[in-house]
Each structure stands twice: as structure tokens, then as C-alpha cells.
Design a protein around this ligand. Structure first.
Ligand code: G6P
Length: 439
């Protein structure tokens, strides 16, 4: 790796960027980043300028020797990069609003990464990420791609399977949030516990063992689900609805997104209520974002404002910056990321992406072996992975038949007739971001 360390962040105008900058500042001793290139597209220019100036102030206030560049020229930015992070949203928040509103208006879950909306986010995003990978092959073939663009697991799998690019790590903040929140519930320091996560992005389960080798999972389940000590792990999903008897029987802790699958009716009823009264989550996020950018405009603001915690992605920079620092220093940190299965979970194909606890080395993530799930987890997991496989294939080929199969399989799309109708409506609504379907 060159002495100069160049990091490129695509989707740099995102309101999350101050999180990322804070993460780099905190780790500067271990990871002396010299250039941070924030890249965006024309439609994101205004945001890039606001957040970019804020990033410059943060770096200056921290007194670190890092230059922040703002650009709309992705190729110029990628040249000789060491790490490329992706946090883009194809079609901006307007597209997410459609992903949520259209299914809801047909009585289906409308959610950023799950159900019909999640499938369409994958269709829009995967071709763009694969273009970035092609540019990386030419302009920075040694670089690592650290992806947190959603749906993070499917995007990572597309890069591995269709981009033929192995230097990719898929990230999400759910595991890191669970580690912090649940260590507190168990009255332990996160570093004194070992969490083993296994599954796929936004659909995984975990166990926890303490430094004496005692399995603390059942104790945690009791505290969280019977005694009601759960705080929501992420801001975008309200407190847990899962019932103690079921989770107790799993002997594993499910992630917050399981609520959508185990309690679809309750989640839908709440979403519809919100939809009727205040609009979708995406519309709420739009308001939070507008407030954040107003704050970021303040020339005296040089630290990450508290309001950013209202977004679901809190702590994502800890995941991202720690991953980068670990790869750079061969630190062998234990982290949960999306990576190639390679036999880690025996119930899933070797070449798919799984989200599992790994040791992060200079050569990338090495998963802790997991083995097999019991039928109660395995069934849902295999169904969802097959659904993801079809979605990724549809994103790459633009094949409507494949897409319809993914829709029919998705447990949150509850009826065939509605599936077809919602699929057609979403295709039409997102036409300009789906060139593979409209050639
Ligand atoms: C969670 C998920 C992220 C997702 C976010 C949405 O944290 O792990 O993948 O991006 O929620 O949050 P938002 O504030 O955009 O609804």
C-alpha cells in the first residue's frame, strides 16, 4: 500500500458523512488517512457542498493532516484509491419514498430493505455498484471496497458473484449496535463478550459467550424478551414484538428485522397507521435530513450533531472505520460483516454472501465457522437467500420473469395478484433508474 492513504467515499454528500469523518478522526493514530475524497452526482451537489465543508471543518478542528476533496468526477477520485466506501442512494430519497408508498398503498409492508421496496432498491443499486467495480479494476486495482449501500448483503453478493471482485466487505450497523446494547443489558464490557452472528444481512441470529466461556444467550433472551429490557437496537424499528416463548426456544437472539417476518400483521398495521397519519419512514427521514443539512450549514459547527442519532444508521462509522483500520493494520479485530460463505453456514451455497462474525485481517474477513441452523431458523434463511439470489439475477439481467419469481417467494408479498401489480407499478415508477429492464 502507498504511504499516502487515500479513501474515496461515493455518496459523499450523505447526511451520514460526519459520522464517517468522526470515525476516521478517532482512529487517526492507527490509520493516518491523508486524503478523503467525497464523491457525489450532480443531483447531490448541493448536499455535497454543505456536508463537505462541514467535513473540512471537522478535520481542521481535529488538527489531523488529512485533505478533504469534493468532486463530481468519480473516475478522478478513484485513481489510486486505497479504500473505496459506498453509501449511495440511487434516485435519492424520492426513490425510497416510492419503494415504501407503493407497496403500502396495496396493503403490503413498505420498507427500505425488506419486501417489494427492498427488492427494488437492489434492482436500482446493483448495476451502479457493478459499474464502480469495473472502474476500480482499472483505476485502483489494489483497493478494498467497503460497502454500506443497502441492501448491503445483496449488493455484496452481486460484487462477489457478478463483479468478480473479492476485495469487498459488506457492512451494517445492526451487529455492532447489538454488541453495545446487549453488553450493557448483561452488565459487561463489549470486549469481555464474544458474539457469534450468523445469517444474512438484516436476517441473522446470534449467541453470546462471556470471557469465562459461559453461554449468556438464554440470560440475555430472558432479560430482553421476558423482562422487557429491550431498547430498540436501531431507531427505524420500534421496540421488540417478538414473544419470549419463541425466542427462548431458538436459543439465539434474532435481529430486529425478524419482526417483519414473525409479526408481519402487526408491523403492517403500524406502518399503515403511520402512513395514514404522517407518511412513510422515508418521508420522516427526509424531514430529519433537511434539519441536519440546516445544522451542517452553520460555519461554527465542527462536530457531529446529536440529531444524527435519529437516523437508523447510528454507529455505522464505527463499523466502517474499524473495518478499514483492521484491514490496513492486519489488526484481526472481531467484527460481523457480509462476506462469501465458503462453507461457514452449511445450509447456504458456498458462493453466496452471508453476514457472520469474522476476524478482520490484512487479507480481509475470515469467518468463524458456524455449521448448521435448526429447522426453525434454516427454513426462513434458505427462503430469503433464494429470494435474494433471484433479485440479484434480475438486477443484472433485467429479466421480468426472474423478478416475478423473487416477488412470489418473498414472505412479505402476500398474494400473487398483488405481487404482479405492485411489481409493474414499481417498475414504471423507477423506470429511469432501471436501464436493464427498459432497453
Ligand atoms: C438500520 C439499518 C440500516 C438502514 C437504517 C435505516 O440501521 O441497519 O441498514 O439504513 O436502519 O435508517 P433510516 O433512518 O434511514 O430509516
Amino acid at each position: 500500500m502507498s504511504k499516502k492513504i487515500k479513501v474515496v467515499t461515493i455518496g459523499g454528500g450523505s447526511s451520514y458523512t460526519p459520522e464517517l469523518v468522526e470515525g476516521f478522526i478517532k482512529r487517526y493514530d492507527e490509520f493516518p488517512i491523508s486524503e478523503l475524497w467525497l464523491v457525489d452526482i450532480e443531483e447531490g451537489r448541493h448536499k455535497l457542498e454543505i456536508v463537505g465543508e462541514m467535513a473540512k471543518r471537522m478535520v481542521e478542528a481535529a488538527g489531523i493532516n488529512c485533505k478533504v476533496y469534493l468532486t463530481l468526477d468519480r473516475r478522478e477520485a478513484l485513481k489510486d484509491a486505497d479504500f473505496v466506501t459506498t453509501q449511495l442512494r440511487v434516485g435519492l430519497l424520492e426513490a425510497r419514498i416510492l419503494d415504501e408508498r407503493i407497496p403500502l398503498s396495496h396493503g403490503l409492508i413498505g420498507q427500505e430493505t425488506n419486501g417489494a421496496g427492498g427488492i427494488f432498491k437492489a434492482l436500482r443499486t446493483i448495476p451502479v455498484i457493478l459499474d464502480i467495480v469495473e472502474e476500480m479494476k482499472e483505476l485502483c486495482p489494489e483497493a478494498w471496497l467497503i460497502n454500506f449501500t443497502n441492501p448491503s448483503g445483496m449488493v455484496t453478493e452481486a460484487v462477489l458473484r457478478y463483479g468478480n471482485w473479492n476485495k469487498v466487505v459488506g457492512l451494517c450497523n445492526i451487529p455492532i449496535n447489538a454488541v453495545y446494547e446487549e453488553a450493557a443489558i448483561l452488565n459487561e464490557k463489549p470486549s469481555d463478550l464474544f458474539f457469534q452472528f450468523a445469517g444474512i444481512n438484516h436476517l441473522h441470529w446470534h449467541t453470546v459467550v462471556d470471557k469465562n466461556g459461559v453461554n449468556r444467550t438464554d440470560e440475555l433472551i430472558k432479560k430482553v424478551y421476558e423482562d422487557g429490557e429491550a431498547n430498540s437496537i436501531v431507531a427505524n424499528i420500534k421496540d421488540n414484538r417478538l414473544i419470549f416463548e419463541q425466542v427462548e426456544n431458538l436459543h439465539m437472539v434474532p435481529c430486529p428485522y425478524h419482526n417483519y417476518y414473525y409479526y408481519t400483521d402487526k408491523m403492517l398495521a403500524e406502518e399503515l397507521e403511520d402512513f395514514k397519519n404522517h407518511g412513510t419512514r422515508a418521508e420522516k427521514v427526509k424531514k430529519i435530513e433537511a434539519e441536519l443539512y440546516e445544522l451542517y450549514k452553520d460555519p461554527d459547527l465542527n462536530y457531529k450533531p446529536k440529531q444524527l442519532e435519529e437516523r437508523g444508521g447510528a454507529r455505522y462509522s464505527d463499523a466502517a472505520c474499524e473495518t478499514i483500520t483492521s484491514i490496513y493494520n492486519d489488526k484481526r479485530t472481531t467484527m460481523t460483516v457480509s462476506t462469501r460463505n465458503n462453507g461457514t453456514i452449511k445450509d447456504l451455497p458456498d458462493d453466496c454472501a452471508v453476514e457472520v462474525t469474522c476476524t478482520l485481517t490484512g487479507k480481509g474477513p475470515i469467518p468463524y465457522n458456524f455449521g448448521s441452523f435448526k429447522p426453525q431458523e434454516r427454513g426462513l434463511l434458505q427462503l430469503m437467500k433464494a429470494m435474494e439470489e433471484l433479485t440479484i439475477e434480475a438486477a443484472v439481467t433485467g429479466d421480468r420473469g426472474t423478478l416475478l419469481q423473487a416477488f412470489m417467494m418473498n414472505p412479505l408479498i402476500t398474494s400473487g395478484d398483488v405481487a404482479k401489480q405492485v411489481m409493474e407499478e414499481l417498475l414504471e415508477a423507477h423506470k429511469k433508474h432501471l436501464p436493464n429492464f427498459f432497453q
